[in-house]
Ligand binder design. Structure first.
Ligand code: CP
Ligand code: NVA
Length: 302
């Protein structure tokens, strides 16, 4: 199988692959042809979704393919049957299998079965499809991204990891502002630092990270599957709300970004989320364009 037989993390693309995806995402749909003509794409979701399901389904259709959505409990990864049996069977029907899973290890096992192309639609570790859209939205806003700075305020979670990887591969400086207990480890910071020439830093002070930044990102404090810890998490992140005074520390042309779903009054105020610096709806729409770019690259890669 080819090098691009899976995208479990943004780093699977590398800097060149990431730029290629963004270029394809910005190409007219008609210019991409119908590389998935007559082919299926399985979309397995162990968790809820609005953006990821719709953007993937429409991107598959735009490339001539047929998406098949299945809820996780129907497939039953390692409960109804082993992950390896699931992927070997789906590989006979579908050109690509994409899955949103609780356990990133299940995606690794799907990839390692070596039978078809696998895409991560969000796991406990990472959310690379989101990062592709994030990069696309920032590129629309700023053009060349190298030399720009991204600030992340909140939990160092799946979305943060993929955003940091994509940003560094594109030459952007990354500044994390996360409370103790919810930070990237030193080993993780070293791994990230090796991805690009620009720097990555971490602080527990949002103002430090946001000062002069060009894109300020945040996400929910309680990810899917963490609902039992909601009260503890909300207390830990109480000083990490992105509000207008925090945004005022950012660069003059700074934008606010959020992968959504968003919780106004918690990780971001309504004033910022719905305000003039917010690009959240463009960002959500860019999920489809970015997905189409990735699928076009993967479908061409046989
Ligand atoms: N941002 C994102 O992945 O949204 P959904 O959970 O709605 O797919
Ligand atoms: N970090 C969030 C992202 C949702 C799109 C979660 O995993 O629930």
């Amino acid at each position: 199988m080819s090098e691009l037989a899976a995208m479990l993390d943004i780093t699977d693309l590398g800097a060149d692959g990431l730029r290629q995806v963004l270029d394809l995402a910005q190409s007219p749909v008609a210019a991409l042809g119908r590389p998935l003509e007559g082919e299926g794409v399985a979309l397995v979701f162990e968790k809820p979704s609005n953006r990821t399901r719709h953007s993937m389904e429409m991107a598959v259709v735009q490339l001539g393919g047929h998406p098949v959505y299945t809820r996780g409990e129907e497939v039953g990864l390692d409960s109804r049957e082993p992950v390896e049996d699931v992927i070997r069977v789906l590989a006979g029907y579908h050109r690509i299998v994409a899955a949103r899973v609780f356990d990133h290890g299940h995606l690794v096992r799907m990839r390692d079965a070596g039978v078809t192309t696998v895409i991560n639609l969000l796991s406990d570790r990472s959310h690379p499809m989101q990062a592709l859209a994030d990069a696309l939205t920032m590129r629309r806003e700023f053009g060349e991204l190298s030399g720009r700075a991204v600030a992340w305020v909140g939990d160092y979670n799946n979305v943060a990891r993929s955003l940091a990887e994509a940003s560094l591969l594109l030459g952007m400086e990354v500044r994390l502002a996360c409370p103790s207990g919810y930070q990237a480890t030193e080993a993780e910071l070293e791994r990230l630092a090796a991805l690009g020439e620009a720097s990555i830093s971490q602080t527990d002070e949002p103002g430090t990270a946001v000062t002069g930044a060009h894109a300020v990102h945040t996400d929910t404090w309680v990810s899917m599957g963490q609902e039992d810890d909601a009260a503890v998490r909300r207390a830990a992140f109480a000083d990490y709300t992105v509000d207008a005074s925090l945004m005022d520390l950012a660069a003059d042309d700074a934008i606010f970004m959020h992968c959504m779903p968003a919780y106004r009054g918690l990780e971001v105020t309504a004033e910022v989320f719905d305000g003039p610096r917010s690009r959240v709806i463009t960002q959500a729409h860019d999920r489809m364009h970015a997905a189409r770019g990735l699928l076009a690259l993967m479908a061409a890669d046989r």
